[in-house]
Design a protein around this ligand. Structure first.
Ligand code: TYD
Length: 155
């Protein structure tokens, strides 16, 4: 089982609704290690790259406007199989369909204003971490509670 890093953005909707602390706390309590954390104002260029797969969609400009309406909080989370774990915790894209207990399921009633972005696979996690963080902004601090989070065979 692999120790993975994944990228999370707390979107402007989370920042405006004062949910930053609460959502970070959910990830911390789960046992994920926060390897990097910062607030950034996204711009058109970063978003055109980040959401390149949606460039031909009719909602693309609306999505970019929503993502630049306030700063976002970006973080790198690490854990065993973290990419899948965080994606599962995030829930379905449309908050109205997201399972209760997921972050979108708890906090969102919308497809666009859905609070959080999380990398959807290994390739995108690697690219997205690079997009938002310099190497020196990512800290390899040792999680001393690690032996309490995982069995020896899992870690
Ligand atoms: P996508 O990458 O499909 O979903 P996810 O964020 O769950 O990985 O879409 C990126 C963002 O685009 C999504 O979080 C919200 C927005 N979006 C819309 O506003 N309308 C839509 O119909 C879709 C599919 C996405």
């Amino acid at each position: 089982m692999a120790l993975e890093k994944t990228l999370v953005l707390l979107k402007p909707s989370a920042v405006q609704r004062a949910l930053i602390g609460e959502i970070i706390s959910i990830f911390e309590k789960k046992g994920l290690r926060i390897a990097a954390l910062k607030m950034i104002q996204l711009d058109d260029e970063m978003l055109s790259e980040h959401y390149a797969h949606l460039a031909d969609k009719p909602f693309f400009q609306r999505l970019k406007d929503s993502m630049t309406a306030a700063p976002v909080v970006a973080m790198v989370l690490e854990g065993v199989e973290a990419i899948n774990v965080v994606r599962t915790m995030t829930g379905a894209t449309n908050g109205r369909n997201a399972f209760p207990g997921t972050i979108r399921g708890i906090y969102s009633m919308s497809k666009q204003e859905n609070i959080i972005h999380a990398s959807d696979g290994l390739r995108s996690a690697i690219m997205e971490i690079k997009r938002f963080f310099k190497d020196e902004e990512i800290y390899e601090w040792k999680q001393t509670c690690f032996p309490l989070l995982y069995s020896e065979e899992e870690a």
